[in-house]
Write a protein that binds this ligand. Structure first.
Ligand code: ATP
Ligand code: MG
Ligand code: MG
Length: 408
């Protein structure tokens, strides 16, 4: 690998932007495949960037030819091309094929892209997941929904198997009257049904996975469990630690997440989204093999190894063996800035984050350089405090009020 190594990144949104921000001080060169002017390219000049779509096989090969290793900021990429690049290679200057490692592995990407297959894999590995059933498409869908009711009972969730995010491919079915609306909303896509989980809370754990050159897992390192609060299926806030959850439950969430990540392939950081049930047990919702919204707080709370630095260290295989991911603050809260009805709907919130000073609580504003659209993630604010005792959510109440006002 050349020094400094050139890391090729598929996708240049906010996760890619924050990855580039972590790479800068370390002297790593990140070449981004996405449109010019995307959030990641705005903060990272490079003569190795490729302009185009990360879904375009020719562009992915062009990027690979310029890089030492490839990684992703999004799982909805072409796994077949990545397999070919990692296993067969891309032509080098001399015309010979040069293999370019892909982390996380194309095998993981291919698996998690299909949420139904992902859960089947987790169940086969002894990880608790909700009961699910593949649904037939076309004219058979209505009958298949009836079968889902017999297998899963109402309510259940109809989910798109592929390509969804922020709950956009999900539809809750509470009774037969909802069948038609579910078919109208999602009927054109490959679907599955998932039993409704009456969770007490949602948790997430970020895990770093290291691997040797033979593909053997050499370590998993988990960050603390966080509470993720969703509104309309979109993450609103992330709280570290979770509210009123026993340390033993948080520990268990970390162990389950580590088990999930051990069962996958490749190096990098992985987010494990989980449901915490009323009885204190954990069920896994889904895995994202990349930095994640629920890990933004690590930039300030675990500054020596944020999830972004961890992604870089993992794919370059330089994670310290004795690494412990202990937060440097007692509490952190992350609040997403979602676009509102107007392009300036979030201005007041941003103004507050720019000018407010709260003694004992640090406020960190992140804007992603994205045009505002209703419901679009355009930034986030992280709050940290060294005090375990302050009611952090109450302290940041004026910010939460502004966030709620944007949604009105
Ligand atoms: P992401 O942006 O996290 O990738 P996604 O589109 O893949 O989202 P899911 O994670 O499947 O969607 O679901 C989004 C949210 O919907 C979950 O965080 C949870 O709040 C709710 N949800 C999903 N599945 C269930 C379920 N089986 N029972 C109850 N609530 C659910
Ligand atoms: Mg998802
Ligand atoms: Mg999710």
């Amino acid at each position: 690998m050349s020094r400094p190594p050139v890391i090729g990144l598929l996708g240049g949104g906010q996760l890619g932007r924050m990855l580039c921000e972590a790479a800068g001080p370390l002297g790593y060169h990140v070449a981004v495949l996405d449109e010019d002017g995307c959030p990641a390219k705005q903060v990272n000049g490079s003569d190795k960037h490729v302009c185009g779509s990360f879904k375009d096989a020719a562009k992915v090969r062009e990027l690979a030819a310029r890089c030492d290793v490839l990684t992703v900021e999004i799982e909805h990429v072409n796994a077949d091309v990545l397999e070919d690049i990692a296993v067969r290679g891309v032509p080098s200057a001399s015309g010979e094929l040069r293999k370019v490692p892909v982390h996380p592995s194309w095998r993981t990407l291919r698996l998690v892209q299909d949420k139904y297959e992902q859960k089947e894999h987790l169940r086969a590995n002894g990880i608790p997941v909700a009961s699910q059933m593949a649904l037939d498409g076309g004219e058979l869908l209505a009958v298949s929904l009836g079968h889902a009711y017999h297998r899963l009972a109402f309510p259940f969730m109809v989910k798109a198997r592929k390509g969804s995010y922020d709950g956009r491919g999900n539809f809750k079915v509470s009774g037969p009257d909802d069948f038609e609306a579910a078919i109208d909303a999602l009927g054109a896509l490959p679907l599955y049904a998932e039993k409704w989980v009456p969770f007490a809370m949602e948790l997430a754990v970020m895990v770093i996975r290291t691997e040797d050159d033979d593909g053997e897992c050499t370590g998993v390192y988990s960050y603390p469990a966080v509470e993720t609060v969703h509104e309309d299926d979109v993450c609103k806030t992330v709280l570290m630690p979770p509210r009123k959850v026993d340390a033993a439950v948080c520990d268990n969430a970390q162990r389950v997440a580590e088990q999930v990540v051990r069962s996958l392939w490749g190096r990098g950081v992985f987010a494990v989204e989980m449901f915490l049930l009323q009885d204190g047990t954990i069920m896994v919702n889904e895995v994202a093999p990349r930095p994640h919204n629920s890990g933004h707080y690590t930039i300030e709370a675990v500054p020596y190894m944020s999830q972004y630095k961890a992604q870089l260290c993992a794919i370059l295989d330089i994670v310290p063996k004795s690494l412990r991911l202990t937060p440097r603050v007692a509490q952190a809260a992350m609040a997403n800035i979602l676009g509102g009805a107007n392009p300036d709907s979030h201005d007041k919130l941003v103004g507050l984050a720019e000018t407010e000073y709260i003694d004992g609580t640090d406020i960190y504003l992140h804007l992603y350089g994205k045009a505002s659209k209703p419901g679009r993630k355009i930034g986030h604010i992280t709050f940290t405090t060294p005090s375990p005792d302050v009611d952090l959510l109450r302290t940041i109440g004026p910010f939460i009020n502004q966030i709620d006002a944007i949604r009105q």
